[in-house]
Design a protein around this ligand. Structure first.
Ligand SMILES: O=c1[nH]c(=O)c2[nH]c(=O)[nH]c2[nH]1
Length: 301
């Protein structure tokens, strides 16, 4: 049966590239999701299987990361123009390049002391509340999910257990990023006259969470979790218990040595932002003498 090969294109989709630029203690972040799609003289790879005209999709991925280091990311448009021009002008069989970019925006969390390296993802988190009343006692649990934060320095992870399956290198300057999911339980007795100002309580709790994240020099996400919880218990008298579920959003330094590019954390680096698998760190912080009532599995709340 005669057939015709119709429109075709190929490339690497969703290259998650994070570029940190260091300007002294002030860091800048660019966070992109870059998809490359190329087309041109690609009949043979489909018809006979000859790869002679095929620049591997793996190479298109490497190009995205290498360009981020070599030329930086001024804007999504500028970065996309640079990539598209490169593929079409450097590879004779490639006649068209389409670069699609999603950019994730970050706002600064004010760091106390010197240094500006803490960010919160733009766009609102989801605020949560659960109220239970059995005719005599009240339980109010509030919380939030999808509050995404990132420190581009002041995070280390080393001195951990090493067994025969351990390959993780020790890190002395890494990115720490997580989507904060937290639930906190109020000690309100039901007395109308003593009812907390729920909105003010939420805003202050959120602010303390962000500040504690930004100000903690972290040796593990577990330690940062505890610092955030302790900060809430210490500053918010209306809250007795807070539980966290924190995914460790790993950012891996890209190995650019094959392209003769140095990619060191110290002078601003390019990272691969992995979405899975992720470490998942969960714990409760309680006021001394109070009982833990928030379920361990937050999806049940
Ligand atoms: O902050 C961390 N805590 C861990 O328990 C852990 N485990 C791991 O592989 N990386 C990290 N990072």
């Amino acid at each position: 049966m005669p057939t015709i090969l119709g429109q075709n294109q190929y490339g690497k989709a969703e290259n998650r590239v994070v570029k940190i630029t260091r300007d002294g203690a002030t860091h800048h972040i660019k966070d992109l999701n870059v998809s490359v799609s190329l087309s041109g003289d690609m009949d043979e790879v489909h018809l006979s299987g000859s790869n002679a005209n095929v620049l591997p999709t793996d190479t298109t991925k490497n190009t995205v990361y290498a360009f981020a280091k070599e030329y930086g990311i001024e804007s999504a448009e500028q970065f996309g123009i640079h990539l598209a021009r490169h593929f079409v002008t450097s590879q004779e069989p490639i006649h068209r390049a389409r670069i699609r970019i999603e950019e994730y925006a970050w706002e600064r969390i004010a760091n106390s002391g010197e240094g500006e390296h803490s960010f919160v993802r733009k766009g609102q988190e989801t605020r949560l509340a659960q109220i239970t009343f059995d005719g005599s006692s009240w339980e109010v649990v509030s919380g939030l999910k999808d509050l995404t934060v990132l420190n581009s320095t002041d995070s280390e992870f080393w001195g951990f257990v090493k067994d025969r399956y351990t390959t993780l290198p020790e890190a002395h300057d890494r990115i720490l990023a997580t989507d904060i999911s937290a639930r906190w339980r109020f000690n309100w007795s039901g007395d109308e006259g003593e009812m907390p100002d729920w909105d003010a309580s939420y805003e202050q709790t959120r602010r303390h969470l962000l500040e504690a994240f930004a100000e903690t020099y972290s040796l593990s996400l577990q330690q940062t979790l505890h610092a955030m919880g302790a900060r809430i218990i210490e500053h918010r008298g209306e809250i007795d218990e807070i539980r966290f579920s924190l995914p460790n959003k790993h950012h891996f330094l890209v190995d650019l040595a094959p392209f003769a590019l140095k990619n060191d954390t110290a002078d601003g680096a390019v990272y691969f932002a992995a979405d899975r698998p992720y470490g998942l760190i969960e714990a409760t912080v309680l006021r001394d003498g109070r009982e833990a009532r928030i379920p361990a599995d937050l999806t049940n709340l």
